[in-house]
Structures are given as structure tokens and as C-alpha cells.
Design a protein around this ligand. Structure first.
Ligand SMILES: *[C@@H]1O[C@H](CO)[C@@H](O)[C@H](O)[C@H]1NC(C)=O
Ligand SMILES: *[C@@H]1O[C@H](CO)[C@@H](O)[C@H](O)[C@H]1NC(C)=O
Ligand SMILES: *[C@@H]1O[C@H](CO)[C@@H](O)[C@H](O)[C@H]1NC(C)=O
Ligand SMILES: *[C@@H]1O[C@H](CO)[C@@H](O)[C@H](O)[C@H]1NC(C)=O
Ligand SMILES: *[C@@H]1O[C@H](CO)[C@@H](O)[C@H](O)[C@H]1NC(C)=O
Ligand SMILES: *[C@@H]1O[C@H](CO)[C@@H](O)[C@H](O)[C@H]1NC(C)=O
Length: 470
């Protein structure tokens, strides 16, 4: 009944699934903060330290009645890159963001502070893993690359930084890495590097304090045939590499009653791809598979085909994947114990509220919350701060996040439906090179090239439609 007490109750109109109903729990036209005093706010406004239309939320994570929020410094005028708001119902619809853990910890151009938080993840003990890409202003004329990419671990219960890990150059290139998303395993963190030149999955061993990268071009680089899509009349037509990641539960395999294997599957996909892939965590955890910074010579699993491109997903501890379908303005679900081709289900579709689902989190009450952030407008620089641009959409799913391991759950994912991918030839892949920066550049071309882009998107839209109707 407590949910009825929400200040804002907007149910998404185009509901497809009767059992999972999303509602809008927060919505913002632009991001504003809990300023220390009116003078701090006024001077930040005047000096360009705070530029409301330049701030986007990209990542969200729940812990103990708060949502922690990443606000990457892709443009100038982002005074704090990490913040939080209450997750409790009844606290207004567009809350001010509280810089976290403090204003100082968010100081621009101070490599000891957070520079560019793209995403974050929180383990059950309250350790907040902050993915800080280091370089800032990637969408501005003059990007800044003064600070290296780092993973900062902050203890939310003790209010203190536990560790800071700076990635070495061979793992995350100072000038070219784009650390985009992450998941936490017991002693490992798996991080997606969306880099144009060197995409891959970075594996960080918490105990060893070391990292390496697994590279697999056939599954981690953009598929040129899937780079063109449209979301609310905005065309995206650049190849974008691996961007989304989700971790499955431990797979229980027993051999004469003895559990012999506790590996998990890590699910991932490039943004420019219609395929979902997975790789065993046993492969990732073996540093030898970084193959001296060359391609991983083995195979990964091609799970199957989705109806659209994806940016952000999460798996529950029962192995159910939730993900966005960007050009379809929808949120989808797949129970990974069932075949991918027949087991995918669209839960909700809405052209107004579901505009670029960038991040998913699940609270301890069994509610999933999705961050929808109109990134397609933001990257083009036409975010209209007089309209709503950011939404938190929640639905009860009665499940827990992958992060809450439940030994009573016997999980066996469906076996591969498709033959594993062959090892790619490097020449095949050399054309697929891009990044989010390239999205803006191509969008700003405008004029004639834009019309060609729109033409090719129609072809794309038709093929998506054909895919649906089959
Ligand atoms: C931003 O928040 C401050 C309070 O921290 C408030 O005084 C100010 O009016 C807000 N600005 C806008 C444009 O809403
Ligand atoms: C979770 O459920 C409890 C008990 O019903 C409630 O008090 C609390 O507000 C809920 N938390 C959130 C984040 O909704
Ligand atoms: C940590 O900070 C919160 C406020 O943000 C406070 O309520 C809590 O008591 C602090 N905990 C410790 C151990 O200092
Ligand atoms: C990074 O780029 C800057 C200029 O853009 C260059 O001076 C520097 O050498 C580059 N660093 C590396 C490690 O490539
Ligand atoms: C993005 O891609 C462009 C061209 O593809 C390249 O020149 C640029 O260095 C890349 N930037 C990053 C941060 O990878
Ligand atoms: C997933 O599918 C399996 C097999 O049909 C079923 O037993 C399980 O309850 C499903 N899980 C959820 C969370 O719906």
C-alpha cells in the first residue's frame, strides 16, 4: 500500500506485460544540486561551473534507501559527477542532487578527486565501486585528459575511501579508453572499455590489485550493419563498441552430488549490435587470456538476436535479464533458463518516457528502477530544459539483483543455441572504429549527410519491423 503514497504516479501508457507495470517515480527537466548556499549557486551559474543543459545522468545504483547517480563530465559545467537522492517514496518528483560524498570529492581538474564518473556499482556490504574515466569534456571542442582512469572504492557504511586503483596504459589507454559500465563478482570487477581503438572487458582482481583486458573483436566491436538506428527521430549512425554488461548467477553443476563449478556467465553487447554475447567468468579471471594484450584466441557464446540496440542492462540473482531496446522505446526481459529466441518479452513500450534506457538497478524490496535519459538529444546538444528529459521508472519484479547471491537458487542457463563465434580476422574488424565522441561529430554534420543518414535508417527500421513481425 505504501506505493500509493507516491507523490508522482504516472503509469506508462503502452503497457505490454500485465504482471510488470512501470511507473514514473522521478522526473527532471534538468539537473540541479543541493548548493551549500545561494552565493555558491549564483557564482557557479555566472562562471559556467554549472550549466544545467550540459548535465546528464548516466548510471544509477540503489543502496539503503538512496539512489547513487553518475553524471559524466562529457561537457563543461558539471559541478559534481557523483551524487545521490533519496529512494524513498514521497520526496518530490525532481529532487536536487546531493554531491557525494562531498563537493570537494567532486572537484574538477584535481586528479585526487572524481573527474568523470560514468557508472557505479554497490556490493551488499556497502562498498561503492566508482568508475572514473579520468578525462573530461569529451563532447567539447577541447577534451581534457589530465587525469588517468581509475576505480575508486568507497565504503558507504564507514564514509571513507577504501582504495583507488589507476589502470595501467596497456589496459585503459589514457587518451583513448572509455570506461563505460561495470559489474562486481566475488573478488573481481568486470569493466567495459567502450574505447574506439581498443575495446574489451577489463578484469580487475580486487585481491591482487591487478588488471588485464580480454579482447574479442568479433563480439566486442561494433557490427557495421547495426550501427544505424533511430530513437524519437534522432539518428545515430556511428559504430559504437561494447557498452552493456550483466552478470549471471553462479552456475551449479553437480558431479556425483559434489558441486564442481561455480563460474558465472558474463553477458554483454556492443551498442552497435543486435546480438547478445556471453563469456564464462573462468575465462575472464585467467590473466593468460589477455594474451599479452592481443586478441583472446578462444571462443565466446553468441546468445542470439535482440530486436534493437541496447545501452544498459541488469540480471537478477535468478538469472532474468532486463534490458532496453533503444529504437523500440522499450524495456525487455529474458529468463536465461529459456531459449533467447523464444524467451524474450517486451515489458513496456512508451515513446515519451522510455527514451534511451541507460542504466538499471534493483532495490532490496524487489523493485527494478530504470534510468531513461534522452541521451540521443543530449549528445546532439539539443536538450530542451523546458521539457522533461530524465525519468526514473520503477516496477515490482519480486526479485533481487545479481549482487545478492542466493545459494538456494539452482541456476542452469539454457545451453547455446548457436555455434560459438569463430576467432575473427583482424582485417575484417578494422573498419569498426568509433566512440561516443564520434556520435556528436557525425550528428553535427547536419545538412546533406544527415539526409543520407535518415534514408539508411528507414531501411534499418523496416528490417527491425520485419524482425518483430516474424
Ligand atoms: C537550484 O537549486 C537551488 C537550491 O540548491 C535553488 O536555489 C535554485 O533556484 C535552483 N535553480 C533552478 C534553476 O531551479
Ligand atoms: C522498502 O519497503 C519498506 C517496507 O515496506 C519501506 O519502508 C521502504 O520505504 C521501501 N524502500 C523503498 C526504497 O521503496
Ligand atoms: C556517514 O554519513 C552519513 C550521512 O551522510 C551519516 O548519517 C552516518 O552516520 C555516517 N557514518 C559514519 C560511520 O560516520
Ligand atoms: C595523449 O594525447 C596527447 C595530446 O593529445 C599527447 O601529447 C600524448 O602524448 C598522448 N599520450 C599518450 C600516452 O598517447
Ligand atoms: C573517437 O573516434 C575518433 C574517430 O573515430 C578518433 O579520432 C578519436 O581519437 C576517438 N576518441 C576517443 C576518446 O577514443
Ligand atoms: C525462469 O524460467 C524457469 C523455467 O521455466 C522457471 O522455473 C523460473 O521460475 C523462471 N524464473 C523467473 C524469475 O521467472
Amino acid at each position: 500500500m505504501w506505493k500509493r503514497a507516491l507523490v508522482l504516479i504516472v503509469y506508462l501508457c503502452n503497457v505490454i506485460s500485465a504482471d510488470v507495470q512501470f511507473r514514473v517515480i522521478r522526473q527532471w527537466k534538468f539537473i540541479n544540486y543541493t548548493w551549500s548556499n545561494p552565493e555558491a549557486y549564483r557564482s557557479a551559474m555566472e562562471n559556467g561551473v554549472y550549466v544545467p543543459q550540459n548535465i546528464v545522468m548516466s548510471g544509477i545504483n540503489y543502496y539503503k534507501n538512496y539512489f547513487y547517480i553518475a553524471m559524466p563530465r562529457m561537457k563543461s559545467g558539471v559541478p559534481a559527477t557523483l551524487g545521490r537522492i533519496t529512494a524513498l517514496p514521497g520526496f518530490g518528483t525532481a529532487p536536487l542532487i546531493e554531491p557525494f560524498p562531498s563537493w570537494d570529492f567532486n572537484k574538477l581538474d584535481d586528479c585526487n578527486a572524481l573527474q568523470n564518473v560514468q557508472n557505479l556499482e554497490i556490493d551488499p556490504s556497502g562498498k561503492l565501486y566508482i568508475l572514473d574515466g579520468g578525462h573530461t569534456h569529451s563532447l567539447m571542442a577541447k577534451p581534457t585528459k589530465n587525469c588517468p582512469a581509475q576505480l575508486v572504492v568507497y565504503d558507504l557504511n564507514k564514509n571513507m575511501t577504501i582504495s583507488k586503483y589507476v589502470f595501467p596504459e596497456n589496459v585503459a589507454k589514457r587518451n583513448e579508453s572509455f570506461l563505460y559500465d561495470l559489474v562486481i563478482d566475488d573478488d573481481f570487477v568486470y569493466i567495459v572499455d567502450n574505447s574506439a581503438s581498443d575495446p574489451g572487458i577489463i578484469v580487475y582482481s580486487i585481491q591482487a590489485g591487478r588488471s588485464w583486458k580480454i579482447r574479442h573483436s568479433a563480439s566486442m566491436r561494433a557490427d557495421p550493419s547495426a550501427q544505424n538506428f533511430k530513437i524519437n527521430n534522432h539518428v545515430i549512425n556511428v559504430p559504437i563498441n561494447i557498452a552493456s554488461v550483466a552478470l549471471g548467477p553462479k552456475i551449479q553443476r553437480s558431479d556425483s552430488g559434489i558441486t564442481v563449478n561455480q563460474d558465472r556467465e558474463l553477458f554483454y553487447c556492443p551498442m552497435s549490435s543486435l546480438h547478445l554475447y556471453s563469456i564464462s567468468t573462468a575465462i575472464l579471471q585467467n590473466e593468460g587470456n589477455s594474451n599479452n594484450d592481443q586478441e583472446y584466441p578462444g571462443q565466446v557464446r553468441d546468445v542470439g538476436r535482440k530486436a534493437s540496440q541496447t545501452d544498459g542492462m541488469i540480471m537478477t540473482n535468478q538469472g532474468v535479464l532486463y534490458y532496453g531496446l533503444l529504437s523500440d522505446n522499450s524495456i525487455a526481459q529474458w529468463n536465461s533458463t529459456k531459449p533467447f529466441a523464444s524467451g524474450q518479452k517486451i515489458l513496456s513500450r512508451d515513446v515519451n518516457y522510455i527514451q534511451w534506457t541507460n542504466s538499471f538497478t534493483i532495490d532490496t524490496n524487489g523493485s527494478i528502477t530504470v534510468l531513461s535519459n534522452t541521451l540521443q538529444s543530449f549528445i546532439r546538444g539539443d536538450l530542451d530544459t523546458h521539457r522533461y528529459n530524465f525519468w526514473l521508472l520503477s516496477a515490482d519484479i519480486g526479485q533481487q539483483s545479481y549482487i545478492h547471491e542466493d545459494p538456494s537458487i539452482i541456476y542452469q542457463p539454457v545451453t547455446s543455441e548457436k555455434p560459438p563465434l569463430p576467432v575473427p580476422s583482424t582485417t575484417e574488424m578494422s573498419t569498426a572504429q568509433s566512440n561516443m565522441t564520434a556520435v556528436t561529430k557525425s550528428d553535427q554534420d547536419g545538412g546533406a549527410s544527415q539526409q543520407i543518414l535518415e534514408l539508411s535508417v528507414i531501411v534499418m527500421a523496416v528490417s527491425v519491423w520485419v524482425f518483430y513481425s516474424n
